[in-house]
Design a protein around this ligand. Structure first.
Ligand SMILES: Cc1cc2nc3c(=O)[nH]c(=O)nc-3n(C[C@H](O)[C@H](O)[C@H](O)COP(=O)(O)OP(=O)(O)OC[C@H]3O[C@@H](n4cnc5c(N)ncnc54)[C@H](O)[C@@H]3O)c2cc1C
Length: 415
């Protein structure tokens, strides 16, 4: 067994968006001690959003995915170990054990382990033409099979599935998307937005089947027929599964840290062990703005939690209270969302859905709590301010394009 004992400092497990951002945030906030970044993928930290967008379509290069250059980690004296995983946390020694047997001690340990694609648990789900979209490797495998004329079946009508459908159409494939709920994007948006997206995809050639799931995959060594739960049989050349992700919480679990749909942390990214933190997709965290805990899967969340964690480690703690936001690109439709819409009591559409340029505003008791802007970046920016400021507005003001959102956003904040 290899025993190594570099100086303890900050050890980050997971070299993804959150882990990569944390290295920069620590140095920016003045941390001068040793920082070790350990990731099991053979790449420096990279952005995942282009995996189902420009990288899948071939418009983005591999290098353009990287958060920053390999040299910049060296310049900031970040000890990078890519292509090697952490097997376990040894809390009694304040150290992590890597799969090569070596031991890396820590003063502060940050778990930034993200998640993995949820897989279909059916015979045939591991055949070479059944794909998932979570990593660079996934896309390198999928891209080669996305050839014009091929029959692509997408399982799951969430953002990843819909983005993959739009790339499939762009590349000339025959695309069918199935969603087990009665509408696409059901978990994240209002029925009006789901209807808009279904219409937009159908208009561009996607066949969408809702209210039905996958019952069986037939064919060997490749799947060639997908049997749906309603009995229909669909021929397919390749299948893309986008049914969500599972947070990577095993390290925390076996170290007896609290896990409940993610690693449980407070608003300062701290677990119950004062030396251990969790950030990004793997964390179930407290948000002081929303006054609740949640687990988010988004780049802004990963970046913000990295900043909060760095501040705590640098002795300048500030709680996490950012308003969540997210985006999705499908065809020429740029969707930007802010806030959480659950519990809304009024939905207002501003603009023209038929012209594919509009915003949906979600109100609760006369306060803007969330917005979805389609091809309206200015609305998004102003809505972000209004949601953050809890601006009181009326449905009539929001609906009326003659009333500028800028003037509504400029209203004094309620006390
Ligand atoms: C296809 C796709 C499209 C997306 N599109 C958008 C978008 O449009 N907008 C948006 O805001 N967000 C989007 N997201 C979500 C966003 O990419 C994630 O929220 C973000 O990557 C989370 O960062 P993270 O660092 O927490 O996790 P990750 O980026 O998943 O990084 C975690 C890393 O830790 C590694 N790891 C896990 N366990 C270990 C271990 N034991 N030892 C060592 N390393 C380990 C993993 O392999 C991985 O490399 C998208 C995600 C996907 C998959």
């Amino acid at each position: 067994m290899v025993e190594t004992t570099p100086a303890a400092g900050v050890v980050i497990v997971g070299a993804g968006q959150a882990g990569g951002d944390l290295t920069g945030a620590l140095r920016v906030q003045g941390y001068t001690g040793p920082v070790t970044l350990i990731g099991d993928e053979p790449y420096p930290p990279y952005r995942r959003p282009p995996l189902s967008k420009a990288f899948l379509s071939g418009e983005a290069t591999l290098e353009s995915l990287y958060l920053r250059s390999a040299e910049s980690y060296a310049r900031q004296q970040i000890d990078c170990r890519f292509g090697i995983g952490v097997e376990r946390i040894e809390r009694n020694r304040n150290a992590v054990r890597l799969y090569d047997g070596s031991l890396v001690p820590y003063q502060h340990l940050v778990l930034a382990t993200g998640g993995r694609a949820r897989r279909l648990s059916l015979p045939g789900a591991n055949h070479a033409n059944v794909h998932y979209i979570r990593s660079i490797e996934d896309i390198l495998k999928l891209k080669g099979q996305m050839l014009p004329g091929k029959r692509l079946l997408i399982v799951g009508g969430g953002y990843v599935g819909l983005e993959a459908a739009s790339i499939g159409i762009k590349k000339g494939l025959d695309v069918t998307l199935i969603e087990s709920l009665d509408r696409v994007l059901a978990r994240v948006t209002a029925p009006e937005l789901s209807a808009f997206y279904e219409k937009a995809h159908r208009a561009r050639g996607v066949k969408i089947l809702t209210g039905t799931g996958v019952h069986a995959l037939e064919g060997d060594p490749l799947v060639d027929v997908v049997v749906l739960s309603d009995g229909r049989r669909l021929a397919a050349d390749l299948i893309v599964v986008g049914i969500g992700m599972i947070p990577n919480t095993e390290l925390a679990d076996t170290a007896q840290l609290k896990v409940l749909n993610g690693i449980v942390v407070d608003a300062f990214t701290r677990t119950e062990d004062p030396a251990i933190y969790a950030i990004g997709d793997c964390s179930n965290h407290e948000n002081v703005f929303l006054a609740r805990r949640l687990r988010l899967e988004s780049v802004p969340n990963a970046a913000e939690q990295a900043r909060v964690c760095a501040a705590v480690i640098c002795g300048k703690p500030q709680p996490y209270g950012a308003v969540p936001w997210f985006w999705s690109d499908q065809y020429d439709l740029k969707l930007q969302m802010v806030g959480l819409s659950e519990g809304y009591d009024e939905l207002v559409i501003r603009g023209d859905m038929d012209k594919e340029s509009f915003s949906a505003f979600y109100l609760r008791k006369g306060i803007l709590i969330s917005a979805d802007a389609v091809n309206r970046p200015q609305d998004f920016m102003l809505a972000k301010r209004m949601v953050t400021d809890r601006t009181p507005v009326t449905a009539a003001q929001l609906r009326d394009e003659g009333t500028s959102l800028k003037s509504l956003a400029a209203q004094p904040k309620p006390a």
